[in-house]
Design a protein around this ligand. Sequence first.
Ligand code: LLP
Length: 449
Amino acid sequence: MSENTMLRVNERGHLVVGGCDVVELAHKHGTPLYLFDEQRIRDRCREYIGEFSSRYPAVEIAYAGKAALTVGLCRIMCQEGMGLDVASAGELYTALQASFPPERIKMHGNYKSNLEYRMALEAGVGRIVVDSLIELRQLDCWARKLGRTADILIRVRPGIDTHTHELIQTGQVDSKFGLGIYGGEARRGVEMALTMDRLRLRGLHCHIGSQLLETEAFERTIDHMVEFMADVHDGLGCECEDLDLGGGLGIRYTEKDEPPTIAELAETICPHLLRTLDAAGLAHPRLILEPGRSIVGEAGVTVYTIGVVKDIPDLRTYISVDGGLSDNPRPALYDAVYEAVIANRADDEAHTWVRVAGKHCETDTLIEDTAIAKPEPGDLLAVFATGAYNYAMASNYNRFTRPAVVLCCDGRDELLVERETLADLVARDRVPAHLAVEEPARDLCAGQG
Ligand code: LLP
Protein backbone atom coordinates (compact mmCIF):
# COMPACT_ATOMS: atom_id res chain seq x y z
CA MET A 1 0.00 0.00 0.00
CA SER A 2 3.02 2.26 -0.26
CA GLU A 3 1.43 4.28 -3.07
CA ASN A 4 -1.94 4.55 -1.41
CA THR A 5 -2.87 8.21 -1.43
CA MET A 6 -5.72 7.53 1.03
CA LEU A 7 -3.41 6.25 3.74
CA ARG A 8 -3.12 8.83 6.52
CA VAL A 9 -2.16 7.37 9.88
CA ASN A 10 -2.01 9.07 13.30
CA GLU A 11 0.44 8.50 16.15
CA ARG A 12 -1.74 5.69 17.52
CA GLY A 13 -1.35 3.80 14.24
CA HIS A 14 -4.99 4.45 13.36
CA LEU A 15 -6.23 5.35 9.90
CA VAL A 16 -7.33 8.97 9.60
CA VAL A 17 -10.05 10.27 7.28
CA GLY A 18 -10.75 14.00 7.10
CA GLY A 19 -8.71 14.50 10.26
CA CYS A 20 -10.84 11.95 12.18
CA ASP A 21 -9.52 8.79 13.82
CA VAL A 22 -11.35 5.98 12.03
CA VAL A 23 -11.22 3.69 15.07
CA GLU A 24 -13.00 6.31 17.15
CA LEU A 25 -15.58 6.81 14.39
CA ALA A 26 -16.25 3.08 14.25
CA HIS A 27 -16.81 2.98 18.01
CA LYS A 28 -19.05 6.01 17.89
CA HIS A 29 -21.15 5.19 14.83
CA GLY A 30 -20.81 1.40 14.56
CA THR A 31 -19.86 -0.63 11.49
CA PRO A 32 -20.26 -1.06 8.59
CA LEU A 33 -19.81 2.66 8.16
CA TYR A 34 -19.46 4.88 5.10
CA LEU A 35 -17.11 7.83 5.53
CA PHE A 36 -16.68 10.81 3.22
CA ASP A 37 -13.76 13.20 3.40
CA GLU A 38 -15.45 16.55 2.80
CA GLN A 39 -12.32 18.43 1.79
CA ARG A 40 -11.44 15.85 -0.86
CA ILE A 41 -14.90 16.26 -2.40
CA ARG A 42 -14.59 20.04 -2.38
CA ASP A 43 -11.07 19.86 -3.83
CA ARG A 44 -12.27 17.74 -6.74
CA CYS A 45 -15.12 20.17 -7.49
CA ARG A 46 -12.68 23.08 -7.47
CA GLU A 47 -10.20 21.21 -9.62
CA TYR A 48 -12.87 20.48 -12.25
CA ILE A 49 -14.14 24.06 -12.31
CA GLY A 50 -10.63 25.53 -12.32
CA GLU A 51 -9.06 23.25 -14.93
CA PHE A 52 -11.95 23.54 -17.38
CA SER A 53 -12.73 27.23 -16.91
CA SER A 54 -9.11 28.16 -17.52
CA ARG A 55 -9.18 26.39 -20.90
CA TYR A 56 -12.68 27.05 -22.23
CA PRO A 57 -14.81 30.21 -22.19
CA ALA A 58 -18.08 28.93 -20.66
CA VAL A 59 -18.22 25.82 -18.53
CA GLU A 60 -20.64 24.15 -16.14
CA ILE A 61 -19.62 21.18 -14.04
CA ALA A 62 -22.73 19.28 -13.00
CA TYR A 63 -22.15 16.61 -10.36
CA ALA A 64 -23.82 13.32 -11.35
CA GLY A 65 -25.84 12.60 -8.24
CA LYS A 66 -26.26 8.93 -9.09
CA ALA A 67 -22.74 8.37 -7.71
CA ALA A 68 -23.86 9.35 -4.19
CA LEU A 69 -26.63 11.72 -3.23
CA THR A 70 -27.86 12.92 0.13
CA VAL A 71 -29.32 16.26 1.10
CA GLY A 72 -26.00 17.18 2.75
CA LEU A 73 -23.95 16.24 -0.31
CA CYS A 74 -26.25 18.44 -2.42
CA ARG A 75 -25.45 21.33 -0.08
CA ILE A 76 -21.72 20.84 -0.71
CA MET A 77 -22.28 20.83 -4.48
CA CYS A 78 -24.40 23.94 -4.20
CA GLN A 79 -21.76 25.79 -2.16
CA GLU A 80 -19.07 24.78 -4.62
CA GLY A 81 -21.00 26.30 -7.53
CA MET A 82 -21.62 22.98 -9.20
CA GLY A 83 -24.61 22.03 -11.34
CA LEU A 84 -26.39 18.77 -10.57
CA ASP A 85 -27.41 15.88 -12.79
CA VAL A 86 -30.38 13.93 -11.39
CA ALA A 87 -31.81 10.78 -12.91
CA SER A 88 -35.01 10.05 -11.01
CA ALA A 89 -37.81 11.57 -8.97
CA GLY A 90 -35.90 10.54 -5.85
CA GLU A 91 -32.70 12.31 -6.85
CA LEU A 92 -34.64 15.40 -7.90
CA TYR A 93 -36.58 15.38 -4.62
CA THR A 94 -33.31 15.13 -2.67
CA ALA A 95 -31.90 18.11 -4.56
CA LEU A 96 -35.02 20.18 -3.97
CA GLN A 97 -35.03 19.28 -0.27
CA ALA A 98 -31.50 20.71 -0.19
CA SER A 99 -32.77 23.95 -1.81
CA PHE A 100 -30.45 23.27 -4.72
CA PRO A 101 -31.12 25.98 -7.34
CA PRO A 102 -33.42 24.29 -9.90
CA GLU A 103 -31.91 26.21 -12.79
CA ARG A 104 -28.64 24.35 -12.21
CA ILE A 105 -30.33 20.91 -12.30
CA LYS A 106 -30.35 18.60 -15.31
CA MET A 107 -33.05 15.95 -15.36
CA HIS A 108 -32.03 12.67 -16.99
CA GLY A 109 -33.60 9.30 -17.64
CA ASN A 110 -34.31 7.03 -20.59
CA TYR A 111 -37.86 6.49 -19.23
CA LYS A 112 -39.30 9.41 -17.36
CA SER A 113 -42.47 8.72 -15.45
CA ASN A 114 -45.41 11.11 -15.32
CA LEU A 115 -44.34 12.05 -11.82
CA GLU A 116 -40.86 12.89 -13.09
CA TYR A 117 -42.15 15.05 -15.96
CA ARG A 118 -44.41 16.89 -13.58
CA MET A 119 -41.77 17.37 -10.87
CA ALA A 120 -39.12 18.54 -13.34
CA LEU A 121 -41.46 21.01 -15.03
CA GLU A 122 -42.99 22.34 -11.84
CA ALA A 123 -39.59 22.78 -10.21
CA GLY A 124 -38.36 24.56 -13.36
CA VAL A 125 -35.17 22.52 -13.73
CA GLY A 126 -32.52 24.11 -15.94
CA ARG A 127 -32.42 21.34 -18.54
CA ILE A 128 -34.44 18.23 -19.23
CA VAL A 129 -32.30 15.77 -21.16
CA VAL A 130 -34.58 14.07 -23.66
CA ASP A 131 -33.71 10.48 -24.47
CA SER A 132 -36.25 9.38 -27.11
CA LEU A 133 -38.71 10.62 -29.72
CA ILE A 134 -41.55 9.38 -27.52
CA GLU A 135 -40.27 11.53 -24.70
CA LEU A 136 -40.22 14.62 -26.94
CA ARG A 137 -43.94 14.23 -27.58
CA GLN A 138 -44.76 13.41 -23.97
CA LEU A 139 -42.76 16.32 -22.61
CA ASP A 140 -44.37 18.73 -25.05
CA CYS A 141 -47.82 17.52 -23.88
CA TRP A 142 -46.92 17.79 -20.21
CA ALA A 143 -45.45 21.26 -20.68
CA ARG A 144 -48.66 22.40 -22.39
CA LYS A 145 -50.82 20.83 -19.71
CA LEU A 146 -48.88 22.57 -16.94
CA GLY A 147 -48.55 25.87 -18.82
CA ARG A 148 -44.74 25.65 -18.86
CA THR A 149 -41.94 25.61 -21.36
CA ALA A 150 -39.04 23.23 -21.02
CA ASP A 151 -35.41 23.90 -21.83
CA ILE A 152 -34.12 20.68 -23.25
CA LEU A 153 -31.00 18.92 -24.42
CA ILE A 154 -31.26 15.97 -26.75
CA ARG A 155 -29.18 13.00 -25.70
CA VAL A 156 -27.48 11.47 -28.69
CA ARG A 157 -25.66 8.19 -29.04
CA PRO A 158 -22.42 9.06 -30.78
CA GLY A 159 -21.50 5.46 -31.60
CA ILE A 160 -18.33 5.30 -29.52
CA ASP A 161 -16.92 2.13 -27.99
CA THR A 162 -14.94 2.65 -24.81
CA HIS A 163 -12.61 0.39 -22.90
CA THR A 164 -14.55 -0.19 -19.74
CA HIS A 165 -16.80 -2.84 -18.25
CA GLU A 166 -19.58 -3.58 -20.75
CA LEU A 167 -22.28 -2.77 -18.21
CA ILE A 168 -21.03 0.81 -17.88
CA GLN A 169 -20.52 1.58 -21.59
CA THR A 170 -23.27 3.82 -22.87
CA GLY A 171 -22.23 5.66 -26.02
CA GLN A 172 -22.00 2.69 -28.37
CA VAL A 173 -24.47 2.07 -31.22
CA ASP A 174 -26.10 -0.83 -29.35
CA SER A 175 -27.31 0.98 -26.22
CA LYS A 176 -30.68 1.84 -24.74
CA PHE A 177 -29.62 5.45 -24.18
CA GLY A 178 -30.14 8.41 -26.46
CA LEU A 179 -30.99 8.95 -30.11
CA GLY A 180 -28.56 7.44 -32.62
CA ILE A 181 -26.61 9.74 -34.89
CA TYR A 182 -26.30 6.93 -37.39
CA GLY A 183 -29.66 5.99 -38.78
CA GLY A 184 -30.85 9.58 -38.51
CA GLU A 185 -32.87 9.32 -35.30
CA ALA A 186 -30.96 12.10 -33.57
CA ARG A 187 -31.46 14.44 -36.56
CA ARG A 188 -35.14 13.57 -36.58
CA GLY A 189 -35.28 14.41 -32.86
CA VAL A 190 -33.72 17.83 -33.43
CA GLU A 191 -36.11 18.51 -36.29
CA MET A 192 -39.13 17.58 -34.16
CA ALA A 193 -37.94 19.54 -31.14
CA LEU A 194 -37.55 22.69 -33.23
CA THR A 195 -41.22 22.54 -34.19
CA MET A 196 -42.53 22.05 -30.66
CA ASP A 197 -43.59 25.36 -29.20
CA ARG A 198 -43.40 24.22 -25.56
CA LEU A 199 -39.83 22.97 -25.92
CA ARG A 200 -36.74 25.14 -26.29
CA LEU A 201 -33.90 23.09 -27.70
CA ARG A 202 -30.77 24.38 -25.97
CA GLY A 203 -28.27 21.81 -27.13
CA LEU A 204 -26.98 18.27 -27.20
CA HIS A 205 -25.88 15.72 -24.65
CA CYS A 206 -23.94 12.47 -24.72
CA HIS A 207 -22.31 10.16 -22.18
CA ILE A 208 -20.01 7.46 -23.45
CA GLY A 209 -19.25 5.39 -20.38
CA SER A 210 -17.88 5.31 -16.90
CA GLN A 211 -14.57 4.51 -15.15
CA LEU A 212 -12.67 5.55 -18.31
CA LEU A 213 -8.93 5.32 -17.78
CA GLU A 214 -7.92 7.08 -20.98
CA THR A 215 -9.08 10.35 -22.47
CA GLU A 216 -8.76 9.47 -26.14
CA ALA A 217 -12.42 8.40 -26.45
CA PHE A 218 -13.45 11.99 -25.60
CA GLU A 219 -11.65 13.26 -28.71
CA ARG A 220 -13.53 10.83 -30.92
CA THR A 221 -16.75 11.80 -29.16
CA ILE A 222 -16.10 15.49 -29.82
CA ASP A 223 -15.47 14.73 -33.51
CA HIS A 224 -18.80 12.93 -33.81
CA MET A 225 -20.73 15.51 -31.81
CA VAL A 226 -19.33 18.52 -33.65
CA GLU A 227 -19.98 16.88 -37.00
CA PHE A 228 -23.57 16.34 -35.90
CA MET A 229 -23.83 19.91 -34.58
CA ALA A 230 -22.65 21.19 -37.95
CA ASP A 231 -25.17 18.99 -39.73
CA VAL A 232 -28.15 20.24 -37.70
CA HIS A 233 -26.85 23.81 -37.80
CA ASP A 234 -26.50 23.92 -41.56
CA GLY A 235 -29.44 21.66 -42.38
CA LEU A 236 -31.99 22.65 -39.75
CA GLY A 237 -30.79 26.01 -38.45
CA CYS A 238 -30.25 24.58 -34.95
CA GLU A 239 -28.06 26.77 -32.73
CA CYS A 240 -26.46 24.69 -30.04
CA GLU A 241 -26.03 26.76 -26.86
CA ASP A 242 -24.93 23.80 -24.72
CA LEU A 243 -22.78 20.81 -25.42
CA ASP A 244 -22.88 18.30 -22.56
CA LEU A 245 -20.25 15.58 -22.79
CA GLY A 246 -21.43 13.62 -19.75
CA GLY A 247 -19.18 12.12 -17.10
CA GLY A 248 -16.95 9.10 -17.09
CA LEU A 249 -13.49 9.95 -15.78
CA GLY A 250 -12.11 6.92 -13.95
CA ILE A 251 -10.61 6.87 -10.48
CA ARG A 252 -7.87 5.01 -8.68
CA TYR A 253 -9.36 1.92 -7.04
CA THR A 254 -5.99 0.23 -6.63
CA GLU A 255 -2.42 1.38 -6.85
CA LYS A 256 -2.23 -0.16 -10.33
CA ASP A 257 -4.89 2.17 -11.73
CA GLU A 258 -3.56 5.30 -13.33
CA PRO A 259 -6.54 7.44 -14.21
CA PRO A 260 -5.95 10.66 -16.10
CA THR A 261 -5.92 13.74 -13.90
CA ILE A 262 -8.69 16.30 -14.22
CA ALA A 263 -6.12 18.65 -15.78
CA GLU A 264 -5.27 16.00 -18.38
CA LEU A 265 -8.94 15.50 -19.13
CA ALA A 266 -9.40 19.25 -19.58
CA GLU A 267 -6.27 19.41 -21.72
CA THR A 268 -7.69 16.70 -23.98
CA ILE A 269 -11.20 18.07 -24.22
CA CYS A 270 -10.92 21.86 -24.35
CA PRO A 271 -8.33 22.54 -27.07
CA HIS A 272 -9.69 19.73 -29.22
CA LEU A 273 -13.24 21.02 -28.88
CA LEU A 274 -12.24 24.60 -29.68
CA ARG A 275 -10.24 23.50 -32.74
CA THR A 276 -12.99 21.24 -34.02
CA LEU A 277 -15.69 23.89 -33.56
CA ASP A 278 -13.58 26.51 -35.29
CA ALA A 279 -12.84 24.19 -38.18
CA ALA A 280 -16.58 23.58 -38.58
CA GLY A 281 -17.30 27.32 -38.38
CA LEU A 282 -19.51 26.89 -35.31
CA ALA A 283 -19.89 29.21 -32.32
CA HIS A 284 -18.55 27.94 -28.99
CA PRO A 285 -21.39 26.43 -26.95
CA ARG A 286 -21.30 26.28 -23.16
CA LEU A 287 -19.45 23.11 -22.24
CA ILE A 288 -21.15 20.95 -19.61
CA LEU A 289 -19.56 17.97 -17.90
CA GLU A 290 -21.27 15.57 -15.51
CA PRO A 291 -18.66 13.82 -13.39
CA GLY A 292 -19.88 11.58 -10.61
CA ARG A 293 -17.34 8.96 -9.62
CA SER A 294 -14.34 11.27 -10.01
CA ILE A 295 -15.87 13.78 -7.57
CA VAL A 296 -16.77 11.48 -4.69
CA GLY A 297 -15.17 8.09 -5.37
CA GLU A 298 -11.77 8.51 -3.76
CA ALA A 299 -13.25 10.60 -0.96
CA GLY A 300 -15.10 7.56 0.40
CA VAL A 301 -13.95 4.81 2.76
CA THR A 302 -16.08 1.96 4.12
CA VAL A 303 -15.22 0.61 7.56
CA TYR A 304 -16.12 -2.93 8.60
CA THR A 305 -15.47 -5.09 11.64
CA ILE A 306 -13.69 -8.35 10.90
CA GLY A 307 -15.64 -11.14 12.58
CA VAL A 308 -14.16 -14.39 11.36
CA VAL A 309 -10.68 -15.35 10.17
CA LYS A 310 -10.62 -18.76 8.52
CA ASP A 311 -7.55 -20.51 7.14
CA ILE A 312 -8.03 -23.09 4.45
CA PRO A 313 -4.70 -24.89 4.59
CA ASP A 314 -2.55 -24.57 1.47
CA LEU A 315 -5.23 -22.45 -0.17
CA ARG A 316 -6.04 -19.11 1.38
CA THR A 317 -7.25 -17.15 4.37
CA TYR A 318 -10.79 -15.85 4.37
CA ILE A 319 -11.81 -12.94 6.50
CA SER A 320 -15.49 -12.19 6.92
CA VAL A 321 -16.64 -8.65 7.57
CA ASP A 322 -19.97 -7.35 8.85
CA GLY A 323 -21.20 -6.05 5.50
CA GLY A 324 -20.78 -7.09 1.87
CA LEU A 325 -23.08 -7.31 -1.11
CA SER A 326 -25.69 -5.03 0.46
CA ASP A 327 -23.31 -2.10 1.01
CA ASN A 328 -21.09 -2.74 -2.01
CA PRO A 329 -22.52 -4.69 -4.94
CA ARG A 330 -19.78 -3.49 -7.32
CA PRO A 331 -17.44 -6.50 -7.12
CA ALA A 332 -20.38 -8.76 -7.96
CA LEU A 333 -21.70 -6.55 -10.74
CA TYR A 334 -18.60 -5.15 -12.40
CA ASP A 335 -15.70 -7.26 -11.10
CA ALA A 336 -14.62 -4.16 -9.24
CA VAL A 337 -11.33 -4.44 -7.35
CA TYR A 338 -10.53 -2.64 -4.09
CA GLU A 339 -7.72 -2.24 -1.60
CA ALA A 340 -8.03 -2.24 2.17
CA VAL A 341 -6.10 -1.72 5.36
CA ILE A 342 -6.58 -2.75 8.98
CA ALA A 343 -7.65 0.62 10.31
CA ASN A 344 -6.59 0.03 13.92
CA ARG A 345 -3.06 -1.03 12.88
CA ALA A 346 -2.67 0.98 9.71
CA ASP A 347 1.11 1.20 10.07
CA ASP A 348 1.66 -2.56 10.29
CA GLU A 349 3.32 -4.28 7.34
CA ALA A 350 0.73 -5.68 4.96
CA HIS A 351 1.92 -9.15 4.15
CA THR A 352 -0.94 -11.46 4.93
CA TRP A 353 -2.84 -12.33 1.76
CA VAL A 354 -6.56 -12.68 2.36
CA ARG A 355 -9.84 -12.91 0.58
CA VAL A 356 -12.37 -10.50 2.04
CA ALA A 357 -15.86 -12.00 2.22
CA GLY A 358 -19.11 -10.36 3.22
CA LYS A 359 -21.66 -11.84 5.59
CA HIS A 360 -24.50 -12.39 3.17
CA CYS A 361 -25.89 -15.80 2.31
CA GLU A 362 -24.00 -15.67 -0.98
CA THR A 363 -20.45 -15.91 -2.15
CA ASP A 364 -20.20 -12.17 -1.73
CA THR A 365 -16.50 -11.61 -2.17
CA LEU A 366 -15.60 -7.97 -1.55
CA ILE A 367 -11.92 -8.32 -2.42
CA GLU A 368 -10.55 -11.44 -4.13
CA ASP A 369 -6.97 -11.15 -2.95
CA THR A 370 -5.35 -8.41 -1.01
CA ALA A 371 -2.44 -8.06 1.38
CA ILE A 372 -3.20 -6.62 4.81
CA ALA A 373 -1.63 -6.74 8.27
CA LYS A 374 -2.27 -10.03 10.07
CA PRO A 375 -6.04 -9.93 10.74
CA GLU A 376 -7.69 -10.78 14.06
CA PRO A 377 -11.40 -10.93 14.84
CA GLY A 378 -12.44 -7.51 16.09
CA ASP A 379 -10.03 -5.63 13.83
CA LEU A 380 -11.47 -2.88 11.66
CA LEU A 381 -11.07 -3.18 7.91
CA ALA A 382 -11.19 0.04 5.88
CA VAL A 383 -11.86 -0.33 2.16
CA PHE A 384 -10.75 2.63 0.04
CA ALA A 385 -12.33 4.44 -2.89
CA THR A 386 -15.89 3.46 -2.00
CA GLY A 387 -17.45 6.91 -2.29
CA ALA A 388 -19.13 6.37 -5.66
CA TYR A 389 -21.92 3.90 -6.39
CA ASN A 390 -21.64 2.18 -3.00
CA TYR A 391 -24.03 3.98 -0.65
CA ALA A 392 -26.00 4.85 -3.81
CA MET A 393 -26.43 1.18 -4.73
CA ALA A 394 -26.84 -0.20 -1.21
CA SER A 395 -29.75 -2.55 -0.54
CA ASN A 396 -31.44 -4.31 2.35
CA TYR A 397 -30.62 -7.79 1.04
CA ASN A 398 -30.94 -10.40 3.80
CA ARG A 399 -32.70 -7.61 5.66
CA PHE A 400 -29.45 -5.91 6.50
CA THR A 401 -29.77 -2.35 7.71
CA ARG A 402 -28.01 0.21 5.54
CA PRO A 403 -24.95 1.77 7.20
CA ALA A 404 -24.70 5.33 8.44
CA VAL A 405 -22.94 7.84 6.20
CA VAL A 406 -20.59 10.23 8.00
CA LEU A 407 -18.92 13.35 6.68
CA CYS A 408 -15.44 14.04 8.05
CA CYS A 409 -13.73 17.39 7.95
CA ASP A 410 -10.95 18.95 10.03
CA GLY A 411 -11.33 16.27 12.68
CA ARG A 412 -15.09 16.77 12.99
CA ASP A 413 -17.55 14.03 12.09
CA GLU A 414 -21.16 14.72 11.20
CA LEU A 415 -23.94 12.41 10.07
CA LEU A 416 -25.10 12.66 6.47
CA VAL A 417 -27.41 9.67 6.83
CA GLU A 418 -28.39 7.84 10.00
CA ARG A 419 -27.91 4.11 10.17
CA GLU A 420 -31.13 2.26 9.42
CA THR A 421 -32.65 0.44 12.36
CA LEU A 422 -34.23 -2.98 12.56
CA ALA A 423 -37.54 -1.21 13.12
CA ASP A 424 -37.04 0.65 9.81
CA LEU A 425 -36.88 -2.71 8.09
CA VAL A 426 -40.42 -3.64 9.09
CA ALA A 427 -41.84 -0.12 9.18
CA ARG A 428 -43.59 -0.55 5.83
CA ASP A 429 -44.50 -4.19 6.20
CA ARG A 430 -48.24 -4.77 6.46
CA VAL A 431 -49.87 -7.91 7.76
CA PRO A 432 -53.05 -8.92 5.91
CA ALA A 433 -55.91 -9.38 8.40
CA HIS A 434 -56.12 -13.17 7.95
CA LEU A 435 -52.44 -13.50 8.95
CA ALA A 436 -52.59 -11.29 12.00
CA VAL A 437 -51.56 -12.63 15.42
CA GLU A 438 -53.54 -11.74 18.48
CA GLU A 439 -50.57 -11.11 20.79
CA PRO A 440 -48.30 -8.40 19.33
CA ALA A 441 -44.63 -9.44 19.18
CA ARG A 442 -42.40 -8.07 21.88
CA ASP A 443 -39.73 -5.83 20.37
CA LEU A 444 -36.64 -7.62 21.67
CA CYS A 445 -34.44 -5.03 20.09
CA ALA A 446 -36.28 -1.94 21.28
CA GLY A 447 -33.80 0.81 21.84
CA GLN A 448 -30.94 -1.04 20.17
CA GLY A 449 -31.39 0.43 16.71
N1 LLP B 1 -23.96 11.40 -16.90
C1 LLP B 1 -24.73 10.36 -17.28
C2 LLP B 1 -25.78 10.60 -18.24
C3 LLP B 1 -24.51 9.08 -16.76
O1 LLP B 1 -25.27 8.08 -17.16
C4 LLP B 1 -23.48 8.89 -15.81
C5 LLP B 1 -23.24 7.56 -15.22
C6 LLP B 1 -22.73 10.00 -15.42
C7 LLP B 1 -22.98 11.24 -15.99
C8 LLP B 1 -21.62 9.91 -14.39
O2 LLP B 1 -20.60 9.08 -14.78
P1 LLP B 1 -19.28 8.96 -13.87
O3 LLP B 1 -18.55 10.30 -13.93
O4 LLP B 1 -19.71 8.63 -12.50
O5 LLP B 1 -18.53 7.87 -14.52
N2 LLP B 1 -23.01 1.85 -11.18
C9 LLP B 1 -21.84 1.86 -12.05
C10 LLP B 1 -21.68 3.15 -12.77
C11 LLP B 1 -22.87 3.51 -13.62
C12 LLP B 1 -22.71 4.84 -14.29
C13 LLP B 1 -23.99 5.28 -14.88
N3 LLP B 1 -23.99 6.57 -15.48
C14 LLP B 1 -20.60 1.56 -11.20
O6 LLP B 1 -20.73 1.32 -10.01
O7 LLP B 1 -19.50 1.51 -11.74
